[in-house]
Design a protein around this ligand. Structure first.
Ligand code: ZN
Length: 131
């Protein structure tokens, strides 16, 4: 269960952020999910819903998912191209010397939260790359 593992990892990150920022409740959590991260968003949402019902900080939170387009770099001709359309072969020169630049990540982009001093705010943070 890849997705549930990611949910648990994210929840741990959110727990730590809550402790640091005196957050009592999360309103929304926005995730950026790479196009080729292998995360199935429907299943991921199911896992999230299952988990959050058992997690007081996240109980009333809304999960928002954004897709990060996958981009591959060709080291032969030094061009970038869309990974999903062309895969590992460069469409410009036909080289296989290509590297995925972006599209394999799952990051917390933004959260809305209530804090113990009664204010509502948006916390932006850099989450670590799961891959
Ligand atoms: Zn190329």
């Amino acid at each position: 269960m890849h997705e549930m593992g990611i949910v648990l990892h994210l929840a741990k990150t959110l727990d730590e952020a809550a402790e640091e920022n005196h957050i009592t409740k999360y309103g929304s959590v926005t995730l950026s999910v790479g196009e080729v991260s292998g995360i199935m968003t429907d299943y991921f949402t199911d896992c999230w819903d299952y988990f959050k019902s058992r997690h007081p900080l996240l109980k009333d939170s809304v999960l928002k998912l954004e897709t990060i387009p996958a981009v591959t770099f060709c080291s032969n001709c030094e061009k970038n191209y869309p990974t999903v359309k062309y895969g590992k072969t460069c469409p410009y020169c036909g080289s296989g010397e290509t590297w995925l630049i972006t599209g394999n990540e799952c990051l917390i982009k933004e959260v809305e939260a209530e804090t113990s001093d009664g204010s509502e705010g948006v916390v932006e943070q850099e989450a670590d790359d799961l891959n």
